[in-house]
Ligand binder design. Structure first.
Ligand code: NAI
Ligand code: MG
Length: 360
């Protein structure tokens, strides 16, 4: 089969890590007889420098016409650019919001897996992580507070700012279905996280999620308040399988979830909608402090490419193969600097990509 992938290297370490992910995809392609065709798309600071905007309409059209999108990271304050002095709608991150909305990617999946080989990097106590953990945060991505009405205004000489958190039942239903579908392929437990003791939007969330659950009798549903969930993630992360939540809660909880695994350079993500066209990117940013030094860990991006094979192309076996190769490389002691520990073999970005290809 032929697959058209729109590739967005972006800024900072983006181009380096995306190069390694492409290498791994090509190795899978030649092993299994698939062809991956790449079209490079500018987004973020590099696009601002070249075109004046973080994502042009033509770039957006290229992404829309592809089978899937692979993204490095955008943003940073390196070089000549003062991207952060621009108004918010012209900054690098505006490209991200535009592409998520434009591709209607309302479901963001972030796996939080504690790799056995990297237990030493986990900030939690050994008795808590004994046996490891493996859960996913399923975050609603195109609604809620980040897309609500907002304004700053003067009233009786006092400056006031407001943001609004709105969800309708359809938005909740479609993300809930995604959550239950994913749980069905995993350990069949959904924990829906909200703030239903205070917020109307959360009370609707809880009601609709419960209705959806009726169609999935084989999946167990529980509810948890978001403040409690923040505690439970560090107290007992093993209890979770799929955490299903709205946009802002998911933003915060997924960052917390990634830190309990102890390794920002390891965490993949997928953003999906109603079609097979998804956006795959590492959970971390553009790491300007190490850009261009062959130091970045490419594994998060490589594992995101594996998610692309699984969710957009239904290439389950090929996705497993990448994940197994990553585990094997770690088992044999190879480490990039972010996950380095005593007695291990330090390698660079490029060497890590080469090793994963070899193990495939
Ligand atoms: P960051 O994730 O880029 O970096 C945080 C720390 O982790 C840095 O010390 C960095 O060197 C390290 N790090 C990150 N990824 C790594 C990797 N693959 N291998 C080794 N070390 C790694 O977050 P930060 O510094 O807050 O943001 C930098 C820029 O990235 C900002 O402009 C921010 O807006 C942007 N950003 C972009 C995102 C995206 O494109 N989706 C997401 C998050 C931040
Ligand atoms: Mg965030």
């Amino acid at each position: 089969m032929n697959y058209n992938i729109a590739v967005i290297p972006g800024d900072g370490i983006g181009p380096e890590i995306v190069t390694e992910a492409r290498k791994v995809l090509d190795m899978i392609g030649s092993t299994y007889g698939h062809t991956f065709d790449y079209t490079e798309v500018l987004m973020g600071g590099c696009s601002i420098d070249a075109t004046g905007v973080p994502l042009t309409d033509e770039a957006m059209a290229t992404a829309l016409a592809s089978d899937s999108v692979l993204l490095g990271a955008v943003g940073g304050n390196v070089g000549q650019s003062n991207w952060y002095q621009l108004p918010p709608n012209l900054r690098p991150e505006a490209g991200l919001l535009k592409i998520r909305k434009g591709l209607n990617l309302f479901a963001n999946i972030r796996p939080a897996v504690l790799f056995d080989e990297l237990k030493g990097a986990c900030p939690l106590k050994e008795e808590i992580i004994d046996g490891g953990f493996d859960f996913v945060v399923m975050r609603e991505l195109t609604g809620g507070l980040y897309f609500g009405e907002r304004k700053t205004y003067e009233e009786n000489g006092v400056t006031t700012a407001m943001d609004t958190l709105t969800y309708n039942e359809n938005e909740i239903r479609r993300i809930a279905k995604w959550g239950f579908d994913i749980a069905r392929k995993r350990n069949k437990r959904v924990c829906s996280v909200d703030k239903a003791n205070v917020l109307d939007s959360s009370r609707l969330w809880r009601k609709v999620v419960k209705e959806v659950a009726a169609d999935y009798p084989d999946v167990e549903l529980s509810d948890m308040l978001v403040d409690n969930c923040a505690m439970q993630l560090v107290k007992d992360p093993k209890q979770f399988d799929v955490i299903l939540t709205e946009n802002m809660f998911g933003d915060i909880l997924s960052d917390e979830a990634s830190m309990v695994t102890g390794s920002i350079g390891m965490l993949a993500s997928a953003s999906l909608g109603d079609t097979k066209l998804g956006l795959y990117e590492p959970s971390h940013g553009s790491a300007p402090d190490i850009a261009g030094q062959n130091k970045a860990n490419p594994i998060a991006t490589i594992l995101s490419a594996a998610m692309m094979l699984r969710y957009s192309f239904d290439l389950e076996k090929e996705a497993d193969q990448i994940e197994d190769a990553v585990k094997a490389v770690l088992r044999d002691g190879y480490r990039t600097v972010d996950i380095m520990s005593a007695g291990k073999q330090l390698v660079g970005t490029k060497e890590m990509g080469d090793l994963i290809c070899q193990y495939i």
